[in-house]
Design a protein around this ligand. Structure first.
Ligand code: FMN
Length: 406
């Protein structure tokens, strides 16, 4: 499961809700299990490397397990907060899913935020969450691999397994051995980075401009090198890809027209630095201030006013309307040719993995597979069945990734 070759890995999104404009009540569909099965089957059939399963909706292990029978090759990158499930039980769940699926489960180790975790019974402060998380994933990895020795940490203590552990025919048998579990994850603060370089195989970040994202990854790479580790890098983006730039921006404009000023305001309030207010905040970026002025006056600026770099857009999306600057909601917008060029630009900055989404999820998964896949050098570990092989052009090789910062 690695992209050490020159190609990229494209993943999609397997998480409710869905709809044309799912961030607005009148743009969200009533969907259920049948829809998620159809979405998973589509992602699998179209040849995506896998999909991200986020924490906010259905339980991720249950969701992954429940769509195994309609999928055969996609990976499930399932977000987990350490501590909600005891590491021994999570290791057993992961072993079971990986045995049943042919090793298609990986976890996205996320540590959430102060606003969300206490309501789930986790009361550790931000940096201590990462100290806890280090032990959690270490204990998980040992148990997952089949160690019987237990774990003796500051936060986590697990006794060695007695010789007569297990029931029935398993009693006394040695536990099965598993390959190391692949851990993806995120963490931007210094505690988050320190945790990531020790625990993760693939480091993920929300997108920014290619250069800024590359800088972030080079810094993380330099921290990893200090302890003799090397990570792979991935990013998360929404996408609007069409045959032409005009069509893509027309659709972006449509999404703005379906978005309420209230959604913009709420998103801005979530993004404001501590102590700042919606009415008085002044950004260092004059375009952001022009956008804020319009939103304060009760109207949304035009789509192009949120383009922060060619084809990189901070307009409305399910995960936020990042008027103040790129974050969870950042979107690639443009013609297939230009979006492919931008993906190569990210690749030149060391990004090998792209977790994309566009809504409606099934419809846009088809668009991306149809328009973009033929223009990319995909490294999914199997032959991706192109919907439109005639659109395939010779794919320019990406320049090698920049070396890590010293
Ligand atoms: C690709 C990606 C996916 C994420 N998915 C989730 C998620 O499903 N649930 C969640 O609470 N946080 C998610 N996060 C956010 C992290 O939990 C965390 O808040 C963020 O990385 C900030 O890191 P910090 O704690 O170092 O400030 C995700 C982050 C990234 C980059």
């Amino acid at each position: 499961m690695s992209n050490k070759n020159n190609g990229v890995r494209i993943l999609w999104y397997l998480t409710a809700p869905d709809g044309q404009v799912p961030w607005e009540a009148d743009g969200r569909w009533q969907t259920g299990f049948g829809h998620l099965q159809q979405l998973a089957g589509t992602i699998d059939k179209l040849g995506y490397y896998g999909a991200l399963l986020a924490t906010g909706a259905d339980e991720v292990n249950v969701l992954a397990a429940s769509v195994l029978s309609v999928t055969s090759r996609m990976k499930f990158v399932a977000a987990v907060y350490p501590g909600l499930i005891a590491p021994a039980k999570l290791a057993q769940i992961a072993q079971t899913i990986n045995r049943f699926s042919g090793n298609r489960l990986v976890y996205n180790a996320v540590n959430g935020s102060d606003a969300m975790l206490p309501a789930q019974g986790i009361h550790l402060a931000h940096d201590e969450r990462y100290a806890y998380s280090l032990e959690y994933w270490e204990a998980f990895q040992r148990l997952y691999a089949g160690s019987t020795e237990g774990y003796d940490g500051k936060y986590i203590q697990i006794a060695p397994r007695p010789a007569n552990f297990g029931g029935g025919s398993q009693r006394g048998a040695p536990p099965p051995r598993y390959e190391p579990f692949e851990l993806w994850g995120a963490g931007t603060s210094s505690a988050g980075v320190a945790h990531s370089v020790r625990s993760l195989d693939v480091y993920l970040s929300f997108a920014n401009t290619p250069q800024k994202l590359g800088d972030k990854f080079r810094n993380v790479g330099a921290e990893a090198a200090k302890i003799g580790r090397q990570l792979e890098y991935g990013t998360r983006l929404q996408i609007i890809v069409r045959e032409t730039e005009e069509e893509a921006w027309e659709y972006a404009e449509y999404l703005v027209s379906r978005t309420s000023v209230e959604y913009a305001r709420q998103s801005i309030e979530r993004q404001l630095p501590p102590g700042e207010s919606f009415d008085t905040y002044v950004s260092p970026d004059p375009q952001v201030n022009r956008n804020l002025e319009q939103i304060r006056a009760g109207r949304l600026p035009k789509a192009r006013d949120y383009e922060i770099y060619p084809n990189i857009w901070t307009g409305p999306a399910l995960h936020g309307f990042n008027v103040l600057g790129p974050a969870q909601g950042t979107t690639l917008v443009g013609s297939a040719e230009n979006v492919a060029a931008r993906i190569r630009e990210f690749q030149e900055q060391g990004v090998g993995t792209f977790i994309l989404s566009g809504w409606p999820l099934i419809e846009e998964a088809y668009r991306v597979a149809d328009l973009l896949f033929p223009l990319l050098d995909l490294d999914h570990g199997f032959d991706v069945p192109l919907l439109s092989p005639h659109k395939r052009r010779s794919v320019p090789a990406a320049a090698p990734a920049l070396p890590a910062a010293a």
